[in-house]
Design a protein around this ligand. Structure first.
Ligand code: CA
Length: 229
């Protein structure tokens, strides 16, 4: 159930808004003072805020600005003065909608529903799944940069992770140590290619059951390494 905070000092208006919203299945809380309204908007999780512009203490204008600095919660601003609405709209405070009092409560409910739906779509589309490479018991979470072997997480250094991921992304391809060194270490270190051998050894200790008979990273004698699938 979506939770809405109304910050409104005219109690009759706040009650009317609440009654209509509750009838539509929303959970509604009311604050009559701006400072407490701001505090609650920042500290609690509301799905939408309805802010009156003129409030004792902190006004709706300020609440909107402060909330927007840290949250994307949809905000509907209401004011008795059309001029004020035009003014705040021009300031680009980040409110999602503006309504001039008096408005019909059913119009408010319709707008609340529209903004909640839009916000949910926005949130839904921004949730992306992690990019994962899974080969037999080995799972590489590229997004979280974590490696699991048969469900157990193993600690990898940055270069170990990059090297393993590069090989796993290019299976059945033999890379020379020189190629791997250039690919993973790039220009940031002038080192010898023995670094690659050392890292392959460390990776195998973490992912292989038997490092003498590796099932993931094969050594191609005289050439380099290949990731087996
Ligand atoms: Ca007011």
């Amino acid at each position: 159930m979506s939770k809405i905070l109304i910050v409104e000092d005219e109690e009759s208006i706040a009650d009317l808004e609440r009654d209509y919203l509750e009838l539509s299945g929303f959970e509604v809380e009311i604050e009559n003072a701006g400072d407490i309204g701001l505090q609650r908007a920042l500290q609690e999780e509301f799905d939408l805020l309805i802010l009156d512009l003129m409030l004792p203490g902190v006004d709706g204008f300020e609440i909107c600005k402060k909330v927007r600095e840290v949250k994307n919660t949809p905000i509907i601003m209401v004011s008795a003065k059309k001029d004020d609405i035009d003014k705040i709209r021009g300031l680009g405070l980040g409110a999602d909608d503006y309504m001039t009092k008096p408005f019909s409560p059913s119009e408010l409910v319709a707008r609340v529903k529209a903004h909640l739906a839009r916000y949910e779509r926005l949130i839904g589309s921004s949730v992306q799944e992690n990019e994962i490479i899974e080969i037999r018991g080995l799972k590489i979470d590229k997004t979280a940069r974590r490696v699991y072997v048969n469900g157990e997480e193993k600690a990898f250094t940055t270069k170990e992770f990059d090297l393993l991921t590069f090989l796993a992304q290019n299976p059945n391809h033999v890379f020379t140590k020189e190629e791997l060194f250039q690919k993973i270490w790039d220009m940031e270190s002038v080192g010898d290619i023995a670094t690659v051998t050392v890292h392959i050894k460390k990776i195998r200790e973490k992912i292989e059951v038997n490092t003498a008979k590796p099932q993931y990273i094969e050594t191609i004698w005289g050439v380099g390494y290949r990731f087996k699938v």
